[in-house]
Write a protein that binds this ligand. Structure first.
Ligand SMILES: Cc1ncc(C[n+]2csc(CCOP(=O)(O)OP(=O)(O)O)c2C)c(N)n1
Ligand code: SF4
Length: 295
């Protein structure tokens, strides 16, 4: 699956052929688009699908310096790298590349400390809504109603708002982006790379294997998540939120594609009842209302 961004064509490939990603993997599209927008990236990756798809030494498919590390250490290790590079006067970009399990749940202490210290790191969370690498367990990012191996009847709880938790740290830049809108993703990464301090970008990255969706429609699912209002696109700069032009029109429920069009394309929502569906619709509106308070 190729993303047609002319600037990317001039950059070396960051994810090489022969990697272990499943067909239609959203995270690999997110990785290629985001990492190739950066100047001399050094990428810190906790346990997740991203540490698996790079394949095995000596045939590593990441074409940038990469440190694989424990969940509880990603942002602390990145803090040390960023500081050491600064002391040596080296112009590099230190990155945490983590799944939603590593960001919403297991790695939250390490990034919260680094964000409080305003370390000079870009933290990407590719959000596939669950722990895919270990066989599809629920995470704090799993939406209500989704079937995972630990929620066989559909998750009962609401998905956490990681961007609002991150915003409470008063870091200089936060954005949401989607592999369904690669140009927007690329532009936001470029913009983040020009800002100093802790920056966070949440990327919606469908996982056809765990979502039980057609691998051919991964980008379409990314677009639908935005068009249904399920995944709002915005930036928060120095505490002030701006909805992204492309996705901002979906703040008005009248403009949204019905959420059923998104859910019905993924068998993980097969346990959704009409009662739960109306709660899911309320969840979506609740998040927009909370975000709007940060405008
Ligand atoms: C402290 C700790 N707990 C659990 C695990 C097992 N584990 C490895 S990867 C993973 C799932 C990671 O999920 P996520 O961060 O969402 O990334 P994804 O697998 O979806 O790419 C888990 C639970 C671990 N390695 N370390
Ligand atoms: S399980 Fe999902 S996230 Fe992991 S490599 Fe496969 S498609 Fe990508």
């Amino acid at each position: 699956m190729n993303v047609k961004i002319p600037e990317m064509m001039d950059r070396p490939e960051v994810l090489l052929r022969g990697n272990f990603a499943c067909a239609g993997c959203g995270l690999s599209i997110a990785y290629k688009t985001a990492i190739s927008a950066l100047n001399r990236p050094i990428v810190v990756i906790p346990a997740c699908c991203s540490s698996v798809i790079q394949s095995l030494h000596p045939n590593v498919t990441y074409n940038v310096p990469t440190l694989n590390i424990a969940f509880a250490a990603h942002a602390s290790a990145a803090s040390g790298i960023a500081r050491a590079k600064k002391m040596r006067g080296e112009d590099t970009t230190t990155v945490v590349w983590s799944g939603d399990g590593g960001t919403f749940d297991i790695g939250i202490a390490t990034w919260s400390g680094a964000a409080e210290r305003n370390e000079n790191i870009i933290h990407f969370c590719y959000d596939n809504n669950f722990y895919s690498n270990t066989g599809a367990q629920r995470s704090g990012a799993t939406p209500r109603g989704a079937v995972t191996t630990t929620t066989p009847g559909g998750k009962k709880e609401k998905r956490k708002s990681i961007t609002r938790i991150m915003a409470a740290h008063d870091i200089p830049y936060i954005a949401t982006a989607s592999i369904g809108y690669p140009r927007d993703l690329y532009t936001k990464v470029k913009k983040a790379s020009l800002i100093e301090g802790y920056r966070f970008i949440l990327i919606d990255a469908p996982c056809p294997t765990g979502w039980n969706s057609d691998p051919a429609i991964t980008p379409e699912l990314g677009e639908l998540a935005v068009k249904t209002g399920y995944f709002p696109l915005f930036e928060i700069e120095d505490g002030k939120l701006t909805f992204t032009k492309r996705g901002g029109r979906y703040r008005d429920p009248e403009n949204r594609v019905p959420i059923e069009e998104y859910l019905n394309k993924q068998k993980r929502f097969k346990a959704m009842t009409p009662e739960l569906l109306s709660v899911v619709k309320e969840d979506i509106q609740h998040e927009w209302d909370q975000l709007a308070k940060l405008e």
